[in-house]
Design a protein. Structure first.
Length: 436
């Protein structure tokens, strides 16, 4: 099996289903052929040719982001009536696997939009174009350098939103001054964890978040001095920092009892929206929704860990545009024009005011609106405390290796020390299998 297909097979996790090496290739070829055939039939029958240049953008953005994007696309089409631009929403995993399948078959959308960690898997399969020669320096110089995602020495993504990062979000009904250190976090959360109706059960938690997922553990891992990989993309999970981060999260639940015994993303989100949690750790994608729900929220950087002197740093991932390597020369010039239009100062400011996402245009970043807005100022501080999300394919292997042992610590079936040893071993093995 060629390298591109093997990378795809690992990335979509189908390798877990077909463990029999003798049947693996045959089943893959059958599945792949059927999917490609379906794609070609659908793409050939679903569109009527009206003479316009057609450009499609795939993304996984929420409804309010789609609304802003559609307004901007409509204005672009008024300016350029010879072009028809369509946006298509797909769930994150569906977008990743669907784009890989389509692009390998020579099809797919002209533009794929999403976080920077898509770049590694897509580049390995040669299904996105290097952008270095497509956009001039005058255009890229307008942008924060973090908006430009490079991999193996080439530019593969240009982003209009910077962040996709976690922060501490608090309800101003309960908290006037957010905690700045881990000790203050514990004190504030303890004072706001209450049995409000006297039935012996906690009705209001000091803090809630999706603490069972590794991505949401990263701030405490980094605050205690850990990180997921080295400069050679090898896992670095078996460290004291990871152990102490695990202990801290476990203690918030079991020792201090300030977080729910169980909480996935939806549970934590509902607790905060309903006023049953005073604080939540959530991403920049959530803030507009909380305000729309009527909450008076504040956003603050995640706390400083006093024992290390390090801020809890989240992963920071710009979200932006990559171009399908199958694009025709005729469409390429229009795709470049469209991306430059969507990245314009006017459009970024519109998105920032509506969505409270951090822009990448330097003039918008330094605008009065951004610099005078408490939420965006603190978001910028959190970004400065954070670490860039690695864009290499190995990241997926590390997430998959972390999850079982991390959750085993929370379940009480593994010690933190054993968990980090097992995480490291599993990550090394998964990366080896991926690259064989």
């Amino acid at each position: 099996m060629n390298t591109r297909l093997k990378k795809y097979w690992y990335d979509t996790r189908q390798v877990k289903t077909f463990r029999n090496h003798h049947l693996h290739a045959a089943w893959f070829q059958i599945l792949f052929s059927l999917l490609v055939l379906s794609l070609l039939i659908v793409s050939g029958c679903s569109r009527k040719n009206d003479g316009r240049i057609r450009i499609t953008i795939w993304h996984q953005d929420r409804p309010d982001v789609r609304d802003v994007l559609q307004k901007q696309l409509d204005r672009f089409m008024v300016l350029h009536p010879e072009v028809k631009v369509e946006q298509l929403f797909k769930e994150t995993e569906e977008l990743r696997s669907g784009f890989i399948i389509a692009a390998i078959a020579g099809q797919g959308p002209e533009i794929v939009y999403g976080p920077s960690d898509q770049v590694g898997p897509f580049q390995v399969m040669n299904i996105i174009l290097p952008l270095d020669s497509l956009f001039d320096k005058k255009f890229t110089d307008q942008l924060d350098p973090k908006a430009l995602t490079y991999y193996k020495g080439h530019l593969y993504k240009i982003s209009d939103k910077l962040g996709n990062h976690l922060t501490l979000v608090y309800n101003k009904k309960f908290i006037k001054n957010p905690p700045k250190t881990d000790k203050e976090l514990i004190d504030v959360a303890t004072s706001l964890t209450k049995d409000t109706n006297g039935d012996g059960k906690i009705d209001q938690y000091g803090i809630a978040w999706n603490y069972t997922e590794p991505f949401f553990f990263i701030p405490f891992m980094t605050g205690f001095g850990g990180w997921i990989m080295d400069e050679n993309y090898q896992p670095t999970l078996n460290t004291v920092g990871t152990v102490n981060g695990l202990k801290f999260v476990r203690d918030l639940r079991d020792k201090y009892k300030v977080i729910p015994n169980e909480a996935d993303y939806n549970i934590a989100d509902a607790l905060f929206k309903d006023g049953h949690a005073a604080m939540i750790i959530n991403g920049d994608w959530s803030w507009a929704g909380y305000q729309k729900a009527g909450l008076d929220i504040g956003v603050a950087p995640l706390p400083l860990i006093t024992s290390t002197g390090l801020w809890c740093g989240t992963m920071v991932s710009p979200k932006g545009f990559s171009i399908n390597s199958n694009i025709t020369e005729e469409k390429k010039k229009w795709v470049i024009k469209l991306i430059e239009y969507l990245m314009s100062e006017e459009n970024q400011l519109e998105a920032t005011k509506t969505l409270y996402t951090m822009p990448t245009n330097k003039n918008v970043i330094n605008s009065k609106f951004v610099q005078s807005n408490e939420i965006l100022r603190n978001s910028q501080i959190q970004i400065e405390h954070g670490n860039p999300m690695p864009v290499v394919p190995e990241l997926r292997a590390i997430w998959d290796a972390m999850r079982p042992s991390y959750q085993a610590v929370l379940a009480g079936s593994k010690s933190p020390e054993q968990a980090v040893t097992d995480m490291q071993m599993q990550a090394v093995q998964r990366i080896k299998e991926m690259n064989e």
